[in-house]
Design a protein around this ligand. Structure first.
Ligand code: GNR
Ligand code: NI
Length: 169
């Protein structure tokens, strides 16, 4: 089932998500809905708070469903290692119409549980490392806009505020 994607300003996006206590049928349904919603958007990643659920779950698929082994699901993810720096353009399904250059680690190893509750650990480089960090940020209530400083951030926040006031956000 498709779930609506929340936008910048919606409370769950700005709050820390809680660890998943057990992978119940409800949690499995949530993961399946997140995958469907990510592909439909389309996006390369989606975190549970983006669909209004304050749990520590994200999905990533750089191939957006085109490759059979492209999908990664993490429940209660943690960074094992982060290394290097990259500066690239970044966007977010919860901040449609905006993007900005964000500093991220070049390489990241994430561990967690998959949708069957089995331990998984994956190394990401470049865009995958960026997606890992972007989704982990969502679990901590951080959006890429929060990582910007100065006029770049002010401009985006101002434009969103204006869109919100005119009912276009
Ligand atoms: O679809 C997405 N593309 C993207 C591009 C560069 C850096 C991060 C991302 S994640 C984003 C989907 C999303 O908002 N996930 O939370
Ligand atoms: Ni995002």
């Amino acid at each position: 089932m498709l779930r609506p994607i929340l936008k910048y300003g919606d409370a769950p996006l700005h709050q820390k998500a809680q660890p998943v206590a057990a992978i119940t049928p409800d949690v499995v349904r949530l993961i399946d809905d997140m995958i469907e919603t990510m592909y439909a958007a389309p996006g390369i990643g989606l975190a549970a708070p983006q669909v209004g659920v304050p749990l520590r779950i994200f999905v990533v698929d750089l191939s957006v469903g085109r490759e059979a082994d492209g999908l990664l699901t993490f429940v209660n993810p943690e960074f094992v290692e982060r290394e290097g720096l990259q500066l690239e353009e970044e966007g977010c399904l919860s901040v449609p119409g905006f993007n900005a250059t964000v500093v991220r680690p070049l390489r990241a190893i994430v561990k967690g549980l998959d949708r069957n509750g089995e331990p998984v650990q994956t190394e990401g480089n470049g865009l995958l490392a960026r997606a890992f960090q972007h989704e982990m940020d969502h679990l901590d209530g951080t959006i890429f806009v929060d990582r910007l400083r100065g006029i770049k951030r002010d401009l985006i926040v101002k434009k969103i505020r204006k869109l919100t006031k005119s009912g276009k956000w």
